[in-house]
Design a protein around this ligand. Structure first.
Ligand SMILES: [Zn+2]
Ligand SMILES: [Zn+2]
Length: 301
């Protein structure tokens, strides 16, 4: 039996879990933000205003809202800052407002912030826009207890072409750090090019509800995209990695320490013969508009 990276049963759900509103530095009201993502056909959305988590179940009309926030530390003496997205699981505060002051570099460092977010009940934690934040690879490697890094961030890509973090992701994976990669919008509405609908995750969840979506995220049952659809991804009976997608012009298999392989053409199904000894394999595909999708890694050792 081929081994798919995705569960056999479940529903595919499209979502963005990084967006801002007028509750912090975004340009749209929460109501307008929710309306836009709903009209665009998204199944779930998280509003992640800076250092403030609001539960928006009361606006849950046709879209599942995930309680979430973006916590940050600004390091005044350096260009570096740290922004971290946290998704809550089943926890629903009775008080609709949950705020924390900004992390103070005098009393808090990156690991303390992650630990505090875990303590607050965040069940999925991702490091936001690490390239834009000026986080060094070794800093990401040293941090513990986070689930993912943003492999693509639309807002930062629109702002200054620093939305990609594939190099940092592979740096971590090569050293045995098992982190997921996520794409998101980080919608603010301030950039010249609109930062809506440029990066999302497709989650295979058991049901279209908050708990199932968050469980699927934590389990890595998703891929990230800025365009292409990934139908399946896994290892076949013959020991080949396989990827089936919407029509793409490029498919790339990225492995370590053996080198992977790139395919070009009119592609919907590709296979890559594993050499043996690969620590991990992941895949990216690019459609004819130049948009990309990213699988999560499969670990082989
Ligand atoms: Zn941020
Ligand atoms: Zn943000």
């Amino acid at each position: 039996m081929p081994m798919s990276a995705f569960p056999e049963s479940g529903v595919w759900l499209k979502g963005n879990f990084h967006s801002h509103t007028t509750l912090s530095d975004g340009s749209l009201s929460p109501e307008e933000q929710i309306r836009r993502y709903t009209v665009q056909g998204y199944d779930f959305l998280a509003i992640t205003d800076h250092n403030a988590m609001y539960d928006r179940l009361e606006w849950n009309e046709g879209i599942v809202m995930l309680p979430a926030w973006e916590r940050d530390i600004s390091y005044v003496e350096k260009v570096k800052c740290t922004h971290i997205i946290g998704l809550f699981g089943s926890w629903t505060p009775s008080n609709s407002e949950f705020k924390r002051p900004k992390g103070d570099k005098e009393i808090m460092d990156d690991q303390m912030l992650i630990d505090e977010m875990r303590g607050d009940g965040n069940v999925f934690i991702s490091i936001a826009h690490p390239a834009w934040s000026r986080m060094e690879p070794e800093e990401l490697l040293a941090l513990e207890r986070y689930d993912a890094i943003e492999v693509f961030n639309t807002g930062v890509e629109c702002l200054c072409h620093e939305g990609h973090a594939e190099y940092l992701w592979d740096y971590l994976l090569r050293r045995g750090k098992r982190v997921l990669g996520v794409a998101c919008d980080d919608t603010h509405g301030h950039t010249v090019k609109d930062d809506h609908f440029g990066g999302w995750v497709m989650v295979k969840a058991q049901a279209c509800d908050r708990r199932s979506i968050v469980e699927a995220m934590v389990g890595g049952h998703f891929y990230s995209s800025s365009g292409p659809t990934i139908h399946d991804w896994g290892i076949d009976d013959a020991g080949n990695a396989y990827l089936t997608t919407s029509l793409c012009r490029e498919v790339h298999y990225i492995t370590y320490p053996a080198r992977g392989k790139s395919f070009t053409g009119y592609l919907t199904e590709t296979r890559y013969e594993l050499k043996g000894g690969e620590a991990y394999i992941r895949a990216e595909c690019v459609d004819f508009a130049g948009n990309r999708a990213w699988t999560n890694p499969i670990y082989l050792t």
